[in-house]
Write a protein that binds this ligand. Structure first.
Ligand code: 2HG
Ligand code: ZN
Length: 463
């Protein structure tokens, strides 16, 4: 806990509105969606300006306390957990959209704006913010940038990184940096903006961002296809990509579908039971595209790489089909899943799925395994459900032991042990499976450069 002097100084800086120490707030702001770690922050700061953020970081350097930067706390790797008496700095009161520029098709906003509000604002301008995922209704843009959030449209539009035209942030030394100023082109050396994107709040606290908006896609149409085996999934992707630009290619297993149908009451896409399902989305803006999709569907049926399927006829149906995929994570969260978030190159997904399946069959034989993910971009989410009778500690211990095998496989393919959920606390000790000792040494050197007193998000990403 902070001594009264620090609390006083914070109070002088932030006022009643900007500082909380009540037990409920400490609980709420001290955790993210990981739910493994017991929150124990000392206090919660809610600054309303970049100047206040700077003053907080200055004070932390002087007084020697640590800071956990905090967005919507929807992360799944403990990146926003405060379990060591830190000060949580929540950006939630910095939630203004500052400027929209129609000619640049850009939006500048404070870091605490909710992702869905950016999407909504873009739609009102007949434009599109393409980063999307199930937690868009709670996650904040600052957190999205700090974790380089991915989601369901990466195959077509890329990750959050691709949308960031400018950043304002406060470093661990309490300096204010304004990076790239909304420029599309800027070939003036090291692009520091990209260092902070995905840095998980370990180098600086993002306070503002300028984001690129793009043309809104027309008549997005969704197909859900029943697939008989892993090997067929990527063949389906190849066939559809031969004639269409897909804006999503997701998959989920029949067990994943089972949970959203039984626990959430969602309707099945069709009656034929199949082991796997692929969900595809494309922009259906001409009769030619619909024809191409139907032809691909027909070809896949004839080749036996799909067994059945459905194509949305209107936006309500498209949204309903998306819910089958988007609701999986929330639905299974009550079964205390152990989460893997892995990626390999798209061309290696088929081989990877088969090899993971073999490990799972051997090592998780007694457990229920839920497969899903964004395999059109190489990302697999593998969730293992805790058996009801098993203690949490024993379950996690078992899963951790299997990690070694899964991560060794991932490493052998030069894949990533955290494709989009970040490293945080949960994956920190596994970083060497995806990054070389030289890379990690450079990461440490960068940390020392921007945050020499190790004030920001201690223990996250690097130990
Ligand atoms: C998703 O794709 C999210 O639904 C969550 O990234 C994945 O819960 C998970 O493992
Ligand atoms: Zn995901």
């Amino acid at each position: 806990m902070f001594n009264p002097d620090i609390l006083n100084q914070l109070h002088n800086l932030l006022g009643d509105e900007g500082l909380r120490t009540d037990a409920a707030s400490l609980q709420t702001y001290g955790r993210d969606w990981t739910k493994i770690y017991e929150p124990a922050p000392s206090a919660i700061a809610l600054p309303h300006s970049t100047g206040q953020v700077q003053a907080i970081v200055q004070l932390a350097n002087q007084a020697g306390f640590k800071i956990v930067p905090s967005g919507g706390r929807t992360g799944l790797s403990g990146g926003a957990v405060a379990a060591q008496g830190e000060l949580v700095v929540s950006l939630e009161r910095m939630n203004k959209i500052i400027e929209f520029n129609a000619q640049d098709r850009s939006i500048t906003c404070e870091a605490g704006v909710i992702t869905a509000q950016i999407q909504q604002y873009a739609a009102e301008q007949n434009l599109f913010y393409p980063v999307d995922f199930a937690s868009a209704g709670s996650s904040q843009i600052g957190g999205n940038i700090a974790t380089n959030a991915g989601g369901i449209k990466v195959i077509r539009y890329g990750l959050t990184r691709q949308q960031v035209l400018g950043l304002e942030l406060v470093t661990g030394k309490a300096e204010l940096l304004k990076l790239n100023h909304g420029l599309v082109k800027n070939a003036t050396g090291y692009d520091l903006r990209h260092l902070f994107i995905g840095s998980e709040g370990t180098l600086g606290i993002i306070t503002q961002a300028t984001l690129q908006l793009i043309r809104a896609p027309e008549n997005l149409t969704v197909l859900v296809l029943g697939v008989p085996e892993f090997a067929a999934l990527m063949q389906v992707l190849t066939r559809f990509q031969a004639s269409l630009d897909l804006s999503a290619f997701e998959f989920f297993s029949d067990r994943a579908l089972h949970y959203v149908v039984h626990d959430k009451g969602l309707p099945k896409p069709f009656d034929t039971p199949t082991p796997y399902y692929a969900l595809l989305e494309f922009e259906n803006d001409s009769a030619g595209r619909e024809q191409a999709a139907l032809q691909a569907f027909q070809d896949c049926l004839e080749q036996g790489i799909i067994l059945d399927g459905v194509m949305s006829q209107h936006q309500t149906q498209a949204k309903a089909l998306w819910r089958l995929r988007e609701m999986i994570s929330e639905t299974i969260s009550v079964y205390t899943p152990y989460k893997n978030d892995l990626s390999v190159r798209v061309s290696q997904v088929a081989e990877f799925l088969q090899a993971v399946d073999q490990i799972v069959a051997e090592r998780y034989a007694a457990f229920e395994v839920i497969w899903y993910g964004h395999i059109g971009d190489g990302n697999l989410h593998l969730n293992i459900l805790k058996p009801a009778h098993m203690e949490k500690a024993e379950f996690f211990e078992h899963c951790t032991a299997v990690n070694e095998q899964v991560f060794a496989l991932t490493k052998s393919l030069n894949g990533s042990i955290s494709a989009e959920h970040g490293v945080g606390l949960l994956k920190r000790d596994y970083l060497p499976y995806s990054r070389s000792p030289e890379e990690i040494a450079y990461m440490r050197a960068l940390k020392a450069l921007f945050d020499p007193n190790q004030i920001l998000n201690p223990g996250k990403l690097l130990n």
